[in-house]
Design a protein around this ligand. Structure first.
Ligand SMILES: C[S@@+](CC[C@H](N)C(=O)[O-])C[C@H]1O[C@@H](n2cnc3c(N)ncnc32)[C@H](O)[C@@H]1O
Length: 258
């Protein structure tokens, strides 16, 4: 049982994420993005995907936790060839103190920035991202919500050889703070309880876009997922939207231009 291996296989779809970043940047700026910083990078799987896309792409991954960075180094960066490896760097630091600048794109994915509880601190983080971007740089975030997001619940999903369990253990409507856990159970019955723990504030989309604009971004747009007519489920295609659907739970991207 390796919690980072299970996390990568259950939670992340870095190909789709980078497809979205590549296409959206090109559409907004008329040129390809080449330099990217992955904030809250964890195992830096996304940064490695970026490196594999083009031989001029550069990536920096930033995370507070040296254990997860070491895992990423040994399991993801180790799969890169020498030329690719020379274009990526992992940095063990707080994203609030990160001085990697002149970037085309900064990413804050899997809701990691929900750790900032106060509006002032979030704006401070968003401002520091803006200072790190090129004049035509773009900040990519994701967000989740819907009426089930504020519910205490436990959901199971079958994966290849194991079960992924997402638990919203508590939610406080007064401050919108929530305790979430990821648990895993192998098909052989081995359980890994509380493999990951997240204490987050469930921010709403208007709050997030307002804070991005307050931090000085010139735009802050929501990209909402389309619906597959046959299944009624999300179709994986995110487009800039002003009106979303009142789904029980949704995930979307937020894109802010410098
Ligand atoms: C939800 S994981 C995200 C992993 C990966 N980016 C993804 O998309 O799945 C959150 C990560 O943020 C890191 N983290 C939390 N607070 C941080 C901070 N202030 N600065 C840098 N990293 C932080 C944690 O160590 C953890 O690896």
């Amino acid at each position: 049982m390796d919690r980072h291996f299970l996390y990568q296989n259950a939670v992340q779809c870095v190909e789709a994420e980078i497809d979205f970043v590549e296409a959206t940047f090109k559409q907004l700026k008329g040129r390809p993005a080449r330099s990217l910083r992955e904030d809250f990078c964890g195992t830096a799987q996304t940064a490695c995907e970026w490196i594999g896309r083009h031989n001029e792409n550069m990536a920096w991954g930033v995370d507070l936790d040296d254990e997860v960075l070491l895992w990423g180094e040994n399991n993801n960066l180790s799969k890169l060839n020498q030329q690719q490896y020379s274009r990526i760097e992992l940095i063990n630091r707080n994203v609030l103190d990160c001085d990697i600048t002149d970037l085309d794109a900064v990413l804050a994915m899997n809701f990691s920035y929900f750790i900032f509880m106060e509006r002032d601190l979030m704006i401070q983080y968003f401002k520091s991202v803006r200072d790190s971007l090129n004049k035509d740089g773009v900040f990519f975030l994701d967000a989740f919500g819907g009426y089930e997001a504020a519910k205490e619940l436990r959901e199971e999903r079958e994966c290849d050889g194991f079960t992924y369990i997402w638990e919203q253990a508590s939610f406080n409507p007064i401050n919108s703070q929530m305790q979430c856990y990821i648990h895993f159970k192998t098909d052989e019955g081995v359980e890994m309880d509380k493999a990951f723990s997240y204490y987050w504030r469930l921010w709403t989309l208007p709050e997030i876009t307002e804070m991005l604009l307050a931090a000085g971004f010139s735009t802050a747009e929501v990209y909402w997922e389309g619906t597959d007519e046959k299944t009624g489920e999300g179709d994986g295609i995110f487009t800039q939207s002003k009106i979303g659907t009142a789904d029980a739970s949704w995930v979307c991207y937020v894109v802010a231009e410098n």
